[in-house]
Design a protein. Structure first.
Length: 236
């Protein structure tokens, strides 16, 4: 074919094929997720997925070799959606402290909803997914950056590294999956945030001594010659 439309036809054809493939994939993932939620992981078969998605078995096997591959693809998509959601919350919130709180609340609610819809078998299966490791690293990095910004703004304690605080927040808020209500989730977030905020009663300067072993930051006060004369120990 010649003329102004010669180059457009292959592109349109490709886009149509890609759209069709995406629609088939989406139908399969949605049907599988619904079946797992309703009947549990062990009851899901390729035949049932084909039936519920409205796709022939031969076509289904062209896209996915087995149920496990479908579940992994679905999990990857869920993880991507969750991270995109958290990034969106971060971008539309102003202020370092406000961004941190908004993202932590969003994460806790995601953890709550996700665990509520997964049976034990599915949760155990998905936990082995290698995608989880990469997602956890991205999530940890996002929270660490938010904490570092909040430290700079004076809204988060600076005596513990943001990396450690990020681990604390994520471990604490993963418990949201076991809570009975959203109100309980919000209370958990409030307690977690209290743990990373500066202590208003703490001294403004960090001790010059002390280490990670838990040793006292200052030597104990000894009653000696200096104290007898009303003077403080040397170096105080």
């Amino acid at each position: 074919m010649t003329g102004p439309y010669a180059g457009a036809v292959p592109k349109l054809w490709t886009e149509t094929i890609d759209a069709h493939r995406a629609a088939v994939r989406d139908a399969v993932l949605q049907a599988t997720a619904a079946l797992v939620a309703e009947h549990g992981l062990t009851s899901v078969t390729m035949s049932r997925i084909a039936k519920d998605s409205g796709i022939g078995r031969a076509t289904l096997y062209k896209y996915f070799p087995d149920v496990e591959s479908i579940l992994l693809a679905w999990h990857e998509r869920q993880i991507s959606h969750h991270l995109d959601h958290l990034a969106s919350v971060r971008e539309r919130t102003e202020g370092a402290a406000e961004r941190l709180e908004a993202v932590l609340r969003a994460f806790a609610l995601v953890a709550h909803e996700s665990r509520r819809h997964h049976d034990g078998d599915l949760a155990a299966f998905l936990h082995r997914d290698q995608q989880v490791t990469g997602a956890q690293q991205r999530l940890h990095g996002m929270i660490e950056d938010l904490l570092a910004e909040a430290v700079h703004a004076g809204a988060v304690r600076d005596d513990i590294a943001p990396d450690e605080l990020a681990g604390f927040c994520l471990h604490a808020l993963n418990a949201a999956g076991d809570l009975p209500s959203k109100a309980a989730v919000h209370r958990l977030v409030t307690v977690t945030l209290a743990g990373v905020r500066p202590d208003p009663a703490a001294p403004s300067e960090h001790p010059a001594h002390g280490d990670d072993t838990g040793a006292p930051a200052h030597p104990p006060h000894h009653h000696g010659h200096h104290s007898a004369h009303g003077r403080h120990p040397a170096g105080s």
